[in-house]
Write a protein that binds this ligand. Structure first.
Ligand SMILES: Nc1ncnc2c1ncn2[C@@H]1O[C@H](COP(=O)(O)OP(=O)(O)OP(=O)(O)O)[C@@H](O)[C@H]1O
Length: 258
């Protein structure tokens, strides 16, 4: 086959294309993501970031090519692949604890186990003491913490995040970025994180996949070796930011949006 890199990939995307009718959303995407790596998919609106994430999640099938996780083709969602969306997607009629306990409930855990898991993961995201609150009584940042806890409560090996912090104010967003990294470092998940934000991608990722538009494709893969925790004012950080900005700007210009 193609050597060691391939056999050790946690997620393997092979020649993946996706069409919606006549429109080509993604064309011939190939990527290998290592176990426990943190990958950001970065690019302007419409370049197919969510489409790619949805195919890894198993919400959609490629029109051509294959997505493999642990060497197995993905044909549907799995509890081993947790998903967090921008829009929280919490059940408004369930408490924070019962939102987090939802996965364990589906998997047939006892009520006592569900509550224990719910408490544990809410504490992990800094929400101990908020177990009995309903989503309507939580701030945006707290709702997103609940959504992350809910995804983690199944102990997935893969965490798929679609603009999870996009709706948050800048300060809350930075705090959650730091906390997500702390969780990732402690619990070792393979993370795929969709974002429009260049700074967010450099702060978080081991690897940034800059996407091209029209059709959606991989434009450039950037492996980062900046030490953590990363300092946004560090010259190496800002130099990379400028470089990626140029790459993304060329794609935005292709869309005729300036
Ligand atoms: N269900 C669908 N039916 C038809 N076209 C779709 C569908 N989903 C996505 N598309 C199209 O596929 C392309 C890629 O969309 P996608 O949402 O993956 O992009 P994106 O990079 O995630 O954008 P954004 O950053 O705005 O979320 C777009 O042109 C979009 O209009």
């Amino acid at each position: 086959m193609d050597g060691n890199v391939v056999t050790t990939a946690k997620i393997r995307i092979r020649g993946v294309s996706k069409r919606f009718g006549d429109a080509v959303a993604l064309q011939d995407v190939g990527l290998d993501l290592a176990p426990n790596s943190f990958t950001c998919l970065l690019g302007p609106s419409g370049c197919g970031k969510s489409t790619l994430l949805n195919m890894i999640a198993g919400f959609a099938e490629p029109s051509a090519g294959q997505v493999l996780v642990d060497g197995q083709p993905v044909h549907g969602p799995s509890a081993d692949r947790g998903v967090v969306f921008q829009e929280y997607a919490l059940f408004p009629w369930r408490t924070a604890l019962d939102n987090v306990a939802f996965g364990p409930m589906l998997r047939g855990r006892s009520r006592a186990e569900q509550r224990e898991i719910g408490r544990r993961y809410l504490a992990l995201v800094g929400l101990a003491g908020h177990e009995d609150k309903y989503p309507g009584n939580l701030s945006g940042g707290m709702k997103q913490r609940v959504a992350i806890a809910r995804a983690l409560a199944n102990d997935p090996s893969v965490l798929l995040m679609d603009e999870p912090f996009g709706a948050l104010d800048a300060q809350t967003r930075e705090v959650l970025q730091e906390e997500l990294l702390a969780i990732w470092e402690r619990h070792r998940k393979t993370v795929v994180f969709v974002t429009h934000s260049i700074s967010e991608s450099i702060f978080l990722a081991d690897r940034i996949v800059v996407m091209a538009t029209r059709p959606g494709a991989v434009k450039e893969v950037i492996d980062l070796d900046l030490p953590r925790p990363r300092d946004r004012s560090d010259p190496a950080f800002t130099a990379l930011e400028r470089r990626i900005k140029e790459l993304v700007r060329a794609e935005v210009q292709k869309l005729g949006v300036t």
